[in-house]
Design a protein around this ligand. Structure first.
Ligand code: ADP
Ligand code: MG
Length: 559
């Protein structure tokens, strides 16, 4: 008779559950934010699906989230009338983790709870956080538009397996019952739950309702909305507290930590949209996976349209999270339409500027905070000069480098810093590229610069040489690879230096010619140099030849 089945969690889910239960016990209350966030997403998805097929409302278009508790039973129940799930959805969503790279990510875990709880932030906790407070979780759900008999009951103790059973459910949407652990029964409390909803979920777009506990006869037992329920980005900036911005970030970014900074703007006129953009504190574990979800949450006239709308920002700003709510796009816009839409193109241009400005502002206001950003996302921003020609100068201003000035591997020198320290008569910005910092720092090419006290930027990231191929100048000053072509030190080089050099070249003409003959197949030219003070010789790349790092990349790519 019964169609109940027992299935095992994917290994990664088991590991994540263990980790979560052990590392987040001091932060138990976040489970409520995660579950309400999911419920809100489900309402958003239903509203969107109903644009095309309003039968999906099944006569109930009053979208809301209900929160109940039973002190005696030690349970909390969260119900939404959103999109719901069918059997396959449940197995996929509540039994596996779909993000690629999860297994490798979990391997980095140390067992040190404090460290691991930070790591888990990079990952996002989500539905499984229910097991921080519950020793058993029941999920009853039915996908909107499917027959009443096709409801699903999922149940698990979080110990490695779950059961799944077809049940009859007249209401669409999802109901989650948490059977609280003995040390979490404090959450089965009206005041506590109200406080948490206010704290974490005040500005999701949907009402969260509870039964009134007022003593007044006419209110007792009636539904009462306990959150503000207006989408945060629709409010004027002046009415929003920092904490509200932060909580909203956690909801949309599925992040566990506060954001580094944000920018909220209402644009009216030729374009009409609101954007709320955030820079996270920490890179997600799959930042370099180009398939990983990225982009903004797109709303059109307050109606959720899609997650990961990547058309609104270039790839090199893929760390940006946030919401864009447009009044210009149509409600039936699709990913395909977004790709060739001139309005989208204009918004993208404006948003790109917005993000770059937000970063400049952060860098000016708080160098330490900006450094945090750079350490996490700098390597991605370095893709910028190649991808976004028109903002090259702005991006260059945001770059940070290691330098002979500090002598340390930390990338914390800006081009403006460099320029402020340029020697009198110095016209160019000098840099060196190498496989790693130590190799670069000990390069013989730096000898003459050390002697003259000229600063050289040290570039040793894989992407650096490629990036420099797209950066010719900054603040009207050319970039010069110190290992390339003729070394022109500008007016820092005295007439005397030049004369000496010419004389030396004449004097050693015979020697250089002999060396050239001996090395004929390997070098183009042998000459006396002003580059060196201690080393006898060094290799120099032609002005227009491929650099050493670039050669390796091409070779690795089989070219
Ligand atoms: P995320 O929200 O980051 O996608 P979660 O672990 O919170 O990850 O949820 C996993 C998935 O389970 C969601 O993406 C969604 O597809 C599904 N889900 C969770 N809760 C609900 C719900 N209340 N209604 C419908 N689907 C849900
Ligand atoms: Mg979630």
């Amino acid at each position: 008779e019964t169609n109940k089945e027992t299935l095992g969690f994917q290994t990664e889910v088991k590991q994540l559950l263990q980790l979560m239960i052990h590392s987040l016990y001091s932060n138990k209350e976040i489970f409520l934010r995660e579950l309400i966030s999911n419920a809100s997403d489900a309402e958003d998805k239903l509203r969107f699906a109903a644009l095309k097929d309003d039968a999906l409302f099944e006569g109930d278009s009053d979208l809301k989230i209900r929160l109940d508790y039973d002190k005696d039973a030690g349970t909390i129940t969260l119900t939404d009338n959103g999109i719901g799930m069918n059997r396959d959805d449940v197995v996929a969503n509540l039994g596996t983790i779909a993000r690629s790279g999860t297994a490798e990510f979990l391997k980095q875990l140390s067992g040190d709870e404090k460290k691991d709880s930070k790591l888990i932030g990079q990952f996002g906790v989500g539905f499984y956080s229910a097991f921080i407070v519950a020793d058993k979780v029941d999920v009853f759900t039915r996908r909107a538009g499917t027959p009443v008999e096709e409801g699903v009951h999922w149940s698990s103790k979080g110990d490695g397996e779950f059961t799944i059973e077809q049940v009859s459910r007249d209401k669409r949407g999802t109901e989650i019952v948490l059977h609280l652990k003995p040390d979490a029964t404090e959450f089965a409390d009206g005041w506590k739950l109200r406080t948490l909803v206010k704290k974490y979920s005040d500005h999701i777009s949907f009402p969260v309702v509870m039964k009134s506990e007022s003593e007044e006869e006419d209110k007792k037992g009636e539904d009462e909305t306990i959150n503000d329920a207006t989408a945060l980005w629709t409010l004027p900036r002046t009415e929003i507290k920092d904490d509200e911005y932060k909580e909203f970030y956690k909801h949309i970014a599925h992040d566990f930590e506060d954001p580094l900074t944000w920018s909220h703007n209402k644009v009216e006129g030729k374009l009409d949209y609101t954007s709320l953009l955030y820079i996270p504190k920490r890179a997600p574990f799959d930042l370099y996976n180009r398939e990983a979800p990225r982009g903004l949450k797109l709303y059109v006239q307050r109606v959720f349209i899609m997650d990961d709308a990547e058309q609104f920002l270039p790839l090199y700003l893929r760390f940006t999270k946030g919401v864009i709510d447009s009044n210009d796009l149509s409600l039936n816009v699709s990913r395909e339409i977004l790709q060739n839409d001139s309005t989208v193109e204009s918004i993208r241009t404006a948003m790109t500027k917005r993000v770059l400005d937000m970063l400049s502002k952060l860098a000016k206001k708080d160098a330490d905070e900006y450094q945090k950003f750079w350490n996490e996302f700098g390597a991605v921003l370095k893709e910028g000069p190649a991808e976004d020609f028109s903002n090259k100068e702005k991006i260059a201003g945001l770059l940070r480098f290691a330098s002979t000035h500090t002598g340390e591997a930390t990338q914390n020198v800006s081009l403006d810093d460099y320029i402020s320290r340029m020697k009198e008569g110095q016209k160019k910005i000098y840099y060196i590229t190498a496989d790693n910092f130590v190799a670069a720092k000990s390069s013989p090419h730096l000898e003459v610069f050390r002697k003259k006290g000229i600063e050289v930027l040290i570039l040793s990231d894989r992407i650096d040489e490629w990036m420099m191929g797209y950066l010719n100048e900054y603040d009207s000053k050319q970039f010069q690879d110190v290992a390339r072509g003729d070394l022109d030190l500008g007016e820092v080089e005295t007439e005397e230096d030049k004369k000496q050099q010419e004389e030396a070249a004449k004097e050693h003409k015979e020697l250089t010619e002999r060396i050239k003959k001996a090395l004929e197949d390997s070098v183009q030219e042998v000459r006396v140099t002003n580059r060196l003070t201690d080393s006898p010789a060094c290799l120099v790349t032609g002005e227009f030849d491929m650099g050493a790092q670039m050669k390796k990349i091409m070779e690795a790519a089989g070219q």
